[in-house]
Design a protein around this ligand. Sequence first.
Ligand SMILES: Cc1cc2nc3c(=O)[nH]c(=O)nc-3n(C[C@H](O)[C@H](O)[C@H](O)COP(=O)(O)O)c2cc1C
Length: 206
Amino acid sequence: MNAISQFLNERVSYHVHELQQPAPKPQQMTEILQAAMSTPDHGKLKPWHFLVVNQQNIEALISLLQTAWQTANASLEPQRAKRLASYLKQAPSIVLVSAELAEDSHISKQDQIFSAAAACQMILLSADALGFGSVWYSTDAVELPNVRHLLGLQDRHHPVGFLVIGSPITKRTKSRSNVAELSVEWQGAASVSPWGTNQSVKQEQQ
Ligand SMILES: Cc1cc2nc3c(=O)[nH]c(=O)nc-3n(C[C@H](O)[C@H](O)[C@H](O)COP(=O)(O)O)c2cc1C
C-alpha cells in the first residue's frame, strides 16, 4: 500500500468533542477549500457554496440559531436544540457546504447535490492531509427559512454538510469493514459472483 492509499484507508471522523483549537488559519482554510475545486462536476457548473464560520463568530451563530429554532415553532424539540447548540459551541471552526443549484441547467438537481456532497468529502480529506481532524454533520440545524436568510443562503442553496474542522485531541484509527462484503462482480445477465471469486449466483427474478 502506498502512502496515499494508507492515508485514505486510515481516515476517520473526529466528532466535535474530540476536536480542539487550533482551527485552520485563513491560508490553511483556503488550501482546504481549494481541494474541493477538483470535485467531480457534471457540466462544469461548480455547484458549490462554502460558508466559513470561524470560532469567534460561532457564539453569535448559535444565538441566532436558537432564536430561529424557537420562533419557527420548529420541528426541533427543545432537547435536540440544546444538544445541537452544545455541540456547535465546541466547534473549532465550521464550514457549511451547500449545493448552489442551477435551476435552468440540463444537469439534474440530483447530480448537482451529489457533486456538493463529493465536495464535502474532498474538504474532509484535505483537512486531514494538513493534519487537522474533521466531521460531517447533517444540516437540519440551518434548514429553517429564517436561519437560511441570516446565513445569506438563497433559495438556490441546498445545504448538504455541516463540516466541523479543528485539531484532534488524540489521533486514532478505526478498524474497517472488508470491502469484499459489499462488492459483487457481474458475470452476465442476472448473474453476479461475490467479488474475488468466480462462482456466479443467478439472481432471483423479482
Ligand atoms: C450526509 C451525512 C450526514 C451526517 N450527519 C451526522 C450527524 O448529524 N451526526 C453524527 O453524529 N454523524 C453524522 N454523520 C456521520 C459522521 O460524519 C461520521 O461519518 C460517522 O460518525 C462515522 O465516522 P467515520 O467517518 O470515522 O467512519 C453524517 C455523515 C454523512 C455522510
